[in-house]
Design a protein around this ligand. Structure first.
Ligand code: NAD
Length: 423
Protein backbone atom coordinates (compact mmCIF):
# COMPACT_ATOMS: atom_id res chain seq x y z
CA UNK A 1 0.00 0.00 0.00
CA UNK A 2 1.51 3.34 -0.95
CA UNK A 3 1.79 5.70 2.01
CA UNK A 4 0.36 8.70 0.09
CA UNK A 5 -1.18 9.08 -3.37
CA UNK A 6 0.94 12.04 -4.52
CA UNK A 7 4.44 10.56 -4.17
CA UNK A 8 5.94 7.19 -5.14
CA UNK A 9 8.92 6.69 -2.87
CA UNK A 10 11.34 3.80 -3.25
CA UNK A 11 13.32 2.21 -0.40
CA UNK A 12 16.33 4.52 -0.79
CA UNK A 13 14.61 7.68 -2.07
CA UNK A 14 14.36 10.60 0.41
CA UNK A 15 10.76 9.98 1.56
CA UNK A 16 11.38 6.21 1.49
CA UNK A 17 14.44 6.75 3.66
CA UNK A 18 12.44 8.84 6.12
CA UNK A 19 9.62 6.27 6.28
CA UNK A 20 12.06 3.49 7.07
CA UNK A 21 13.49 5.63 9.89
CA UNK A 22 9.97 6.00 11.32
CA UNK A 23 9.50 2.23 11.06
CA UNK A 24 12.72 1.78 13.03
CA UNK A 25 11.66 4.12 15.84
CA UNK A 26 8.11 2.79 16.26
CA UNK A 27 9.00 -0.01 18.71
CA UNK A 28 10.58 2.54 21.07
CA UNK A 29 7.60 4.88 21.30
CA UNK A 30 5.63 2.88 23.87
CA UNK A 31 2.02 4.02 24.19
CA UNK A 32 2.66 7.04 21.96
CA UNK A 33 2.99 4.64 19.01
CA UNK A 34 -0.77 4.99 18.46
CA UNK A 35 -0.02 8.46 17.09
CA UNK A 36 2.89 7.41 14.85
CA UNK A 37 0.89 7.63 11.61
CA UNK A 38 0.83 11.44 11.96
CA UNK A 39 4.60 11.38 11.39
CA UNK A 40 4.15 9.48 8.11
CA UNK A 41 2.24 12.31 6.42
CA UNK A 42 2.99 16.00 6.05
CA UNK A 43 0.41 18.30 7.62
CA UNK A 44 0.37 20.55 4.56
CA UNK A 45 2.09 20.65 1.16
CA UNK A 46 1.82 23.62 -1.17
CA UNK A 47 2.90 23.50 -4.84
CA UNK A 48 3.15 26.84 -6.61
CA UNK A 49 3.77 28.00 -10.17
CA UNK A 50 6.34 30.80 -10.42
CA UNK A 51 6.16 32.65 -13.76
CA UNK A 52 8.77 35.35 -14.43
CA UNK A 53 9.85 37.41 -17.40
CA UNK A 54 13.48 36.59 -18.22
CA UNK A 55 16.01 39.27 -19.21
CA UNK A 56 15.54 38.28 -22.87
CA UNK A 57 11.79 38.96 -22.72
CA UNK A 58 10.57 35.35 -22.69
CA UNK A 59 8.33 33.98 -19.92
CA UNK A 60 9.70 31.10 -17.85
CA UNK A 61 7.77 28.97 -15.34
CA UNK A 62 9.32 27.31 -12.29
CA UNK A 63 7.83 24.85 -9.83
CA UNK A 64 8.06 25.77 -6.16
CA UNK A 65 7.10 23.99 -2.95
CA UNK A 66 6.60 24.67 0.74
CA UNK A 67 5.86 21.67 2.91
CA UNK A 68 4.91 21.90 6.58
CA UNK A 69 5.42 18.43 7.90
CA UNK A 70 4.41 19.21 11.47
CA UNK A 71 3.27 22.28 13.41
CA UNK A 72 2.59 20.35 16.59
CA UNK A 73 5.38 21.82 18.74
CA UNK A 74 5.42 25.31 17.22
CA UNK A 75 5.68 27.19 13.92
CA UNK A 76 7.25 25.51 10.91
CA UNK A 77 10.99 25.99 10.47
CA UNK A 78 13.27 24.88 7.66
CA UNK A 79 15.29 26.08 4.70
CA UNK A 80 14.57 26.82 1.08
CA UNK A 81 16.58 24.98 -1.59
CA UNK A 82 17.18 26.04 -5.19
CA UNK A 83 18.26 23.04 -7.25
CA UNK A 84 17.29 21.52 -10.62
CA UNK A 85 16.58 18.13 -8.94
CA UNK A 86 14.21 19.48 -6.24
CA UNK A 87 10.94 17.50 -6.11
CA UNK A 88 7.90 17.48 -3.87
CA UNK A 89 9.09 14.14 -2.48
CA UNK A 90 12.49 15.52 -1.57
CA UNK A 91 11.01 18.61 0.10
CA UNK A 92 8.61 16.40 2.06
CA UNK A 93 11.49 14.34 3.41
CA UNK A 94 13.56 17.42 4.22
CA UNK A 95 10.59 18.96 6.05
CA UNK A 96 10.03 15.78 8.06
CA UNK A 97 13.71 15.69 9.04
CA UNK A 98 13.28 19.28 10.26
CA UNK A 99 10.43 18.13 12.55
CA UNK A 100 12.74 15.50 13.99
CA UNK A 101 15.77 17.81 14.16
CA UNK A 102 13.92 20.63 15.93
CA UNK A 103 12.49 18.19 18.45
CA UNK A 104 15.83 16.36 18.91
CA UNK A 105 17.44 19.66 19.96
CA UNK A 106 14.24 20.70 21.78
CA UNK A 107 13.65 23.91 19.82
CA UNK A 108 10.02 25.13 20.00
CA UNK A 109 9.32 24.48 16.32
CA UNK A 110 7.59 22.05 14.03
CA UNK A 111 9.24 21.11 10.75
CA UNK A 112 9.00 22.63 7.26
CA UNK A 113 11.03 22.99 4.08
CA UNK A 114 10.76 24.69 0.72
CA UNK A 115 12.36 24.56 -2.66
CA UNK A 116 12.28 25.69 -6.25
CA UNK A 117 13.14 23.39 -9.11
CA UNK A 118 15.73 25.50 -10.94
CA UNK A 119 19.43 25.86 -11.60
CA UNK A 120 20.36 29.27 -10.16
CA UNK A 121 23.57 29.30 -12.22
CA UNK A 122 21.46 29.78 -15.37
CA UNK A 123 19.70 32.92 -14.04
CA UNK A 124 20.91 36.51 -13.77
CA UNK A 125 20.79 38.21 -10.38
CA UNK A 126 17.69 40.15 -11.46
CA UNK A 127 15.94 36.93 -12.58
CA UNK A 128 16.87 35.24 -9.30
CA UNK A 129 15.36 38.16 -7.40
CA UNK A 130 12.12 37.93 -9.43
CA UNK A 131 11.83 34.17 -8.83
CA UNK A 132 12.47 34.64 -5.11
CA UNK A 133 9.95 37.46 -4.73
CA UNK A 134 7.21 35.66 -6.66
CA UNK A 135 7.84 32.42 -4.76
CA UNK A 136 7.65 34.32 -1.43
CA UNK A 137 4.37 35.94 -2.47
CA UNK A 138 2.91 32.60 -3.55
CA UNK A 139 3.76 30.86 -0.27
CA UNK A 140 2.96 34.06 1.71
CA UNK A 141 -0.39 32.63 2.79
CA UNK A 142 1.29 29.94 4.92
CA UNK A 143 4.55 31.54 6.13
CA UNK A 144 5.01 34.22 8.79
CA UNK A 145 6.96 34.91 12.01
CA UNK A 146 4.51 32.82 14.07
CA UNK A 147 3.49 30.37 11.31
CA UNK A 148 6.51 29.13 9.39
CA UNK A 149 9.97 30.67 9.16
CA UNK A 150 12.12 29.81 6.11
CA UNK A 151 15.95 29.96 6.10
CA UNK A 152 18.80 29.31 3.62
CA UNK A 153 19.65 25.84 2.34
CA UNK A 154 21.50 24.60 -0.76
CA UNK A 155 22.07 27.49 -3.24
CA UNK A 156 20.22 30.08 -1.15
CA UNK A 157 21.87 32.70 1.07
CA UNK A 158 21.48 35.93 3.03
CA UNK A 159 20.64 37.94 -0.10
CA UNK A 160 17.76 35.61 -0.93
CA UNK A 161 16.52 35.82 2.67
CA UNK A 162 16.67 39.63 2.41
CA UNK A 163 14.45 39.56 -0.71
CA UNK A 164 12.06 37.13 1.01
CA UNK A 165 11.85 39.33 4.10
CA UNK A 166 11.27 42.44 1.99
CA UNK A 167 8.57 40.81 -0.17
CA UNK A 168 6.69 39.40 2.82
CA UNK A 169 6.97 42.76 4.63
CA UNK A 170 5.60 44.63 1.58
CA UNK A 171 2.66 42.23 1.37
CA UNK A 172 1.70 42.55 5.04
CA UNK A 173 2.47 46.26 5.26
CA UNK A 174 4.98 46.06 8.11
CA UNK A 175 8.65 45.20 8.38
CA UNK A 176 8.62 41.60 9.56
CA UNK A 177 12.22 40.65 10.31
CA UNK A 178 11.16 37.41 12.04
CA UNK A 179 9.67 35.85 8.88
CA UNK A 180 13.00 34.35 7.76
CA UNK A 181 16.32 33.60 9.44
CA UNK A 182 19.81 33.57 7.96
CA UNK A 183 19.34 37.24 7.04
CA UNK A 184 22.15 39.78 6.63
CA UNK A 185 23.13 41.36 9.96
CA UNK A 186 21.77 44.77 8.88
CA UNK A 187 18.27 43.28 8.55
CA UNK A 188 18.09 41.58 11.93
CA UNK A 189 20.38 38.65 11.14
CA UNK A 190 22.36 37.00 13.91
CA UNK A 191 26.09 36.96 14.43
CA UNK A 192 27.43 33.43 14.05
CA UNK A 193 24.57 32.18 11.83
CA UNK A 194 26.63 31.68 8.65
CA UNK A 195 29.14 29.40 10.37
CA UNK A 196 26.65 27.80 12.78
CA UNK A 197 25.94 24.55 10.93
CA UNK A 198 29.62 23.76 10.34
CA UNK A 199 30.42 24.76 13.93
CA UNK A 200 27.68 22.44 15.16
CA UNK A 201 29.05 19.57 13.04
CA UNK A 202 32.38 20.11 14.77
CA UNK A 203 30.87 20.32 18.29
CA UNK A 204 28.84 17.12 17.84
CA UNK A 205 31.82 15.33 16.22
CA UNK A 206 34.05 16.39 19.12
CA UNK A 207 31.53 14.97 21.62
CA UNK A 208 31.26 11.68 19.68
CA UNK A 209 35.06 11.31 19.65
CA UNK A 210 35.13 12.05 23.40
CA UNK A 211 32.62 9.25 24.03
CA UNK A 212 34.71 6.90 21.87
CA UNK A 213 37.94 7.94 23.63
CA UNK A 214 39.60 8.93 20.35
CA UNK A 215 41.68 12.12 20.57
CA UNK A 216 40.98 14.83 18.00
CA UNK A 217 44.69 15.58 17.82
CA UNK A 218 45.94 13.73 14.76
CA UNK A 219 42.49 12.30 13.84
CA UNK A 220 42.07 11.90 10.07
CA UNK A 221 39.05 13.62 8.54
CA UNK A 222 37.60 13.29 5.01
CA UNK A 223 34.94 15.76 3.86
CA UNK A 224 32.52 15.60 0.95
CA UNK A 225 31.17 19.07 0.12
CA UNK A 226 33.22 22.18 0.78
CA UNK A 227 30.44 24.76 0.86
CA UNK A 228 29.00 26.50 3.88
CA UNK A 229 28.79 23.37 6.06
CA UNK A 230 31.80 21.31 4.93
CA UNK A 231 34.34 24.12 4.83
CA UNK A 232 33.54 25.51 8.29
CA UNK A 233 33.50 22.03 9.86
CA UNK A 234 36.82 21.15 8.16
CA UNK A 235 38.42 24.39 9.32
CA UNK A 236 37.32 23.84 12.93
CA UNK A 237 38.52 20.23 13.00
CA UNK A 238 41.87 21.36 11.57
CA UNK A 239 42.24 24.16 14.11
CA UNK A 240 41.59 21.60 16.87
CA UNK A 241 44.45 19.33 15.78
CA UNK A 242 42.74 17.01 13.28
CA UNK A 243 44.22 16.34 9.82
CA UNK A 244 41.96 16.96 6.81
CA UNK A 245 43.19 14.27 4.42
CA UNK A 246 40.64 14.45 1.60
CA UNK A 247 38.01 16.85 0.30
CA UNK A 248 35.54 16.36 -2.51
CA UNK A 249 33.24 18.89 -4.14
CA UNK A 250 31.53 19.29 -7.52
CA UNK A 251 34.89 20.24 -9.09
CA UNK A 252 36.79 17.10 -8.02
CA UNK A 253 38.45 15.18 -5.19
CA UNK A 254 41.77 16.07 -3.58
CA UNK A 255 43.99 14.06 -1.21
CA UNK A 256 46.96 14.90 0.97
CA UNK A 257 47.98 12.24 3.50
CA UNK A 258 49.91 14.84 5.51
CA UNK A 259 46.86 17.11 5.79
CA UNK A 260 45.47 19.84 3.54
CA UNK A 261 46.39 23.39 4.46
CA UNK A 262 43.00 24.90 5.25
CA UNK A 263 43.99 28.55 4.82
CA UNK A 264 45.42 27.89 1.34
CA UNK A 265 42.50 25.68 0.35
CA UNK A 266 39.87 28.21 1.47
CA UNK A 267 41.75 30.88 -0.50
CA UNK A 268 41.82 28.66 -3.58
CA UNK A 269 38.08 27.91 -3.32
CA UNK A 270 37.25 31.60 -2.85
CA UNK A 271 39.20 32.41 -6.04
CA UNK A 272 38.22 29.47 -8.28
CA UNK A 273 34.86 28.27 -6.92
CA UNK A 274 35.97 24.75 -6.04
CA UNK A 275 38.70 22.47 -4.68
CA UNK A 276 39.69 21.13 -8.14
CA UNK A 277 43.14 22.28 -9.27
CA UNK A 278 44.39 22.92 -5.70
CA UNK A 279 48.19 22.78 -5.81
CA UNK A 280 48.74 21.47 -2.26
CA UNK A 281 47.20 18.03 -2.93
CA UNK A 282 46.92 15.14 -5.39
CA UNK A 283 43.80 14.82 -7.48
CA UNK A 284 42.12 11.41 -7.20
CA UNK A 285 39.20 9.82 -8.96
CA UNK A 286 35.86 10.95 -7.44
CA UNK A 287 34.71 7.42 -6.65
CA UNK A 288 38.00 6.71 -4.78
CA UNK A 289 37.00 9.30 -2.19
CA UNK A 290 35.00 6.54 -0.49
CA UNK A 291 38.15 4.37 -0.05
CA UNK A 292 40.18 7.04 1.78
CA UNK A 293 41.22 5.96 5.30
CA UNK A 294 39.87 8.28 7.97
CA UNK A 295 38.67 8.45 11.57
CA UNK A 296 35.81 10.80 10.71
CA UNK A 297 34.00 10.92 7.37
CA UNK A 298 31.80 14.00 6.90
CA UNK A 299 29.28 13.90 4.04
CA UNK A 300 28.34 17.60 3.69
CA UNK A 301 27.00 17.85 0.14
CA UNK A 302 23.75 16.19 -0.94
CA UNK A 303 21.52 13.30 0.14
CA UNK A 304 21.83 9.65 -0.87
CA UNK A 305 25.64 9.64 -1.06
CA UNK A 306 26.53 6.69 1.20
CA UNK A 307 24.81 3.86 -0.59
CA UNK A 308 25.00 0.18 0.38
CA UNK A 309 27.82 -0.28 -2.15
CA UNK A 310 29.91 2.66 -0.89
CA UNK A 311 29.22 1.74 2.75
CA UNK A 312 31.04 -1.56 2.16
CA UNK A 313 34.15 0.37 1.14
CA UNK A 314 34.41 3.28 3.54
CA UNK A 315 37.28 2.99 6.00
CA UNK A 316 36.35 5.17 8.94
CA UNK A 317 35.20 4.98 12.56
CA UNK A 318 32.56 7.69 12.52
CA UNK A 319 30.26 9.02 9.80
CA UNK A 320 29.30 12.54 10.86
CA UNK A 321 26.33 13.61 8.74
CA UNK A 322 26.75 17.30 7.85
CA UNK A 323 24.32 17.01 4.91
CA UNK A 324 20.67 16.08 5.29
CA UNK A 325 19.94 12.44 4.48
CA UNK A 326 23.39 11.53 3.08
CA UNK A 327 23.11 7.83 4.06
CA UNK A 328 20.55 5.55 2.41
CA UNK A 329 18.80 2.80 4.44
CA UNK A 330 21.00 0.24 2.61
CA UNK A 331 24.07 2.26 3.52
CA UNK A 332 22.95 2.55 7.14
CA UNK A 333 22.46 -1.20 7.44
CA UNK A 334 25.94 -1.96 6.06
CA UNK A 335 27.62 0.63 8.30
CA UNK A 336 25.83 -0.80 11.36
CA UNK A 337 27.00 -4.35 10.43
CA UNK A 338 30.54 -3.09 10.13
CA UNK A 339 30.43 -1.36 13.53
CA UNK A 340 30.88 2.12 12.05
CA UNK A 341 29.16 4.77 14.19
CA UNK A 342 26.78 7.08 12.32
CA UNK A 343 26.10 10.43 14.00
CA UNK A 344 22.84 11.31 12.27
CA UNK A 345 22.06 14.57 10.45
CA UNK A 346 19.22 15.44 12.82
CA UNK A 347 21.76 16.17 15.55
CA UNK A 348 25.05 16.60 13.62
CA UNK A 349 23.83 19.51 11.48
CA UNK A 350 21.37 21.01 13.99
CA UNK A 351 23.71 23.95 14.73
CA UNK A 352 22.26 25.98 11.86
CA UNK A 353 18.65 25.81 12.99
CA UNK A 354 19.70 26.38 16.59
CA UNK A 355 21.30 29.73 15.71
CA UNK A 356 18.30 30.45 13.44
CA UNK A 357 16.21 30.03 16.57
CA UNK A 358 18.51 32.52 18.35
CA UNK A 359 18.05 34.92 15.42
CA UNK A 360 14.25 34.64 15.62
CA UNK A 361 14.30 35.21 19.40
CA UNK A 362 16.59 38.25 18.94
CA UNK A 363 14.27 39.65 16.23
CA UNK A 364 11.22 39.33 18.49
CA UNK A 365 12.93 41.03 21.41
CA UNK A 366 14.89 43.50 19.22
CA UNK A 367 17.86 42.82 21.48
CA UNK A 368 20.97 41.35 19.92
CA UNK A 369 23.60 39.08 21.47
CA UNK A 370 27.37 38.98 21.00
CA UNK A 371 28.96 36.27 18.88
CA UNK A 372 30.55 34.78 22.00
CA UNK A 373 27.16 34.51 23.72
CA UNK A 374 25.78 32.80 20.64
CA UNK A 375 28.61 30.30 20.34
CA UNK A 376 28.54 29.43 24.05
CA UNK A 377 24.73 28.87 23.96
CA UNK A 378 25.03 26.81 20.77
CA UNK A 379 27.69 24.59 22.30
CA UNK A 380 25.61 24.07 25.45
CA UNK A 381 22.43 23.11 23.56
CA UNK A 382 24.20 20.69 21.21
CA UNK A 383 26.26 19.05 23.96
CA UNK A 384 23.08 18.51 26.04
CA UNK A 385 21.11 17.16 23.08
CA UNK A 386 23.92 14.83 22.04
CA UNK A 387 24.24 13.49 25.59
CA UNK A 388 20.52 12.66 25.72
CA UNK A 389 20.71 10.85 22.39
CA UNK A 390 23.90 8.94 23.24
CA UNK A 391 22.43 7.83 26.59
CA UNK A 392 19.20 6.70 24.87
CA UNK A 393 21.24 4.69 22.36
CA UNK A 394 23.14 2.99 25.18
CA UNK A 395 19.98 2.32 27.20
CA UNK A 396 18.16 0.56 24.33
CA UNK A 397 21.31 -0.66 22.51
CA UNK A 398 20.17 1.02 19.32
CA UNK A 399 21.97 3.10 16.67
CA UNK A 400 22.31 6.84 17.30
CA UNK A 401 19.85 7.58 14.48
CA UNK A 402 17.09 5.51 16.05
CA UNK A 403 17.96 7.05 19.42
CA UNK A 404 17.71 10.59 18.02
CA UNK A 405 14.35 9.69 16.45
CA UNK A 406 13.21 8.16 19.76
CA UNK A 407 13.98 11.34 21.70
CA UNK A 408 12.51 13.60 19.00
CA UNK A 409 9.39 11.61 18.05
CA UNK A 410 8.55 11.11 21.73
CA UNK A 411 8.55 14.91 22.16
CA UNK A 412 6.42 15.47 19.04
CA UNK A 413 3.88 12.77 19.86
CA UNK A 414 3.64 13.75 23.52
CA UNK A 415 2.74 17.27 22.35
CA UNK A 416 0.28 15.76 19.84
CA UNK A 417 -1.42 13.72 22.52
CA UNK A 418 -1.60 16.63 24.97
CA UNK A 419 -3.07 18.95 22.33
CA UNK A 420 -5.61 16.33 21.27
CA UNK A 421 -7.26 16.06 17.88
CA UNK A 422 -9.24 18.96 16.45
CA UNK A 423 -12.26 19.09 16.26
P1 NAD B 1 26.54 24.70 -0.26
O1 NAD B 1 25.81 24.96 -1.51
O2 NAD B 1 27.23 25.84 0.45
O3 NAD B 1 27.70 23.61 -0.53
C1 NAD B 1 27.44 22.38 -1.14
C2 NAD B 1 28.78 21.71 -1.41
O4 NAD B 1 28.52 20.42 -1.98
C3 NAD B 1 29.65 22.45 -2.42
O5 NAD B 1 31.01 22.38 -2.01
C4 NAD B 1 29.46 21.64 -3.71
O6 NAD B 1 30.59 21.72 -4.57
C5 NAD B 1 29.31 20.26 -3.14
N1 NAD B 1 28.66 19.34 -4.08
C6 NAD B 1 27.56 19.55 -4.83
N2 NAD B 1 27.30 18.50 -5.61
C7 NAD B 1 28.25 17.59 -5.34
C8 NAD B 1 28.54 16.29 -5.83
N3 NAD B 1 27.76 15.71 -6.73
N4 NAD B 1 29.62 15.64 -5.33
C9 NAD B 1 30.41 16.22 -4.41
N5 NAD B 1 30.20 17.45 -3.92
C10 NAD B 1 29.13 18.12 -4.38
O7 NAD B 1 25.53 23.95 0.69
P2 NAD B 1 25.58 23.82 2.27
O8 NAD B 1 24.78 24.93 2.86
O9 NAD B 1 26.99 23.61 2.71
O10 NAD B 1 24.73 22.48 2.49
C11 NAD B 1 25.30 21.18 2.35
C12 NAD B 1 24.38 20.17 2.99
O11 NAD B 1 24.19 20.52 4.36
C13 NAD B 1 22.98 20.05 2.40
O12 NAD B 1 22.55 18.70 2.52
C14 NAD B 1 22.14 20.92 3.31
O13 NAD B 1 20.78 20.54 3.31
C15 NAD B 1 22.80 20.60 4.63
N6 NAD B 1 22.54 21.61 5.65
C16 NAD B 1 22.87 22.92 5.48
C17 NAD B 1 22.61 23.84 6.47
C18 NAD B 1 23.04 25.27 6.35
O14 NAD B 1 22.85 26.01 7.34
N7 NAD B 1 23.64 25.71 5.27
C19 NAD B 1 21.98 23.43 7.65
C20 NAD B 1 21.66 22.07 7.82
C21 NAD B 1 21.95 21.17 6.80
Amino acid sequence: MPNLSFVSPTRNSPWGTYLSQIDAVEPYLGKLARWVETLRRPKRALIVDIPIELDNGTIAHFEGYRVQHSLTRGPGKGGVRYHPDVTLEEVMALSAWMTVKNAAVNLPYGGAKGGIRLDPKTLSLKELEKVTRRYTSEIGMIIGPTQDIPAPDVNTNGQIMAWMMDTYSMNVGATATGVVTGKPIALGGSLGRVAATGRGVFVVGREAMRRLNVPLEGARVAVQGFGNVGSVAAKMFASNGAIIVAVQDHTGTILNEKGLDMTDLLDHVAKTGGVGGFKGADRIDNENFWDVKSDILIPAALEGQITGERAKRVQTRVVLEGANGPTTPDGDAVLADRGIIVVPDVIANAGGVTVSYFEWVQDFSSFFWTEDEINVRLDKILVGAFKGIWDTAEQHRIPLRTAAFTVACTRVLEAREERGLYP
